[in-house]
Write a new protein. Structure first.
Length: 88
């Protein structure tokens, strides 16, 4: 998968990831991250990008790497993620 995710694909992937992590709602994700659920909703629908300071908390709550989170939010491609991983 090298293309950016559509807003629908991003939303579906993130909701599935929340469920995998035992998070049942945006309110629970808000509690885990300190990010307002309205803001989280905008991230999930690709209407807003997260600021750098909220990425670590989102990664911890969703148990993903920053590269995976950015891909899931439609901010980078799988190829971008691969290049980031190789640079480490």
């Amino acid at each position: 998968m090298t293309n950016l995710l559509s807003a629908d694909e991003s939303h579906d992937w993130l909701i599935a990831r929340m469920r995998d992590c035992g998070i049942r709602s945006l309110a629970e994700l808000e509690e885990a991250t300190g990010v307002n659920k309205g803001t989280l909703s905008r991230y999930f629908r690709q209407l807003q990008r997260p600021s750098i300071d909220v990425i670590p908390g989102l990664c911890r709550a969703l148990q993903v790497s920053p590269a995976t989170l950015l891909w899931a939010l439609g901010a980078s491609t799988a190829e971008d993620q691969r290049l980031l991983d190789e640079s480490r």
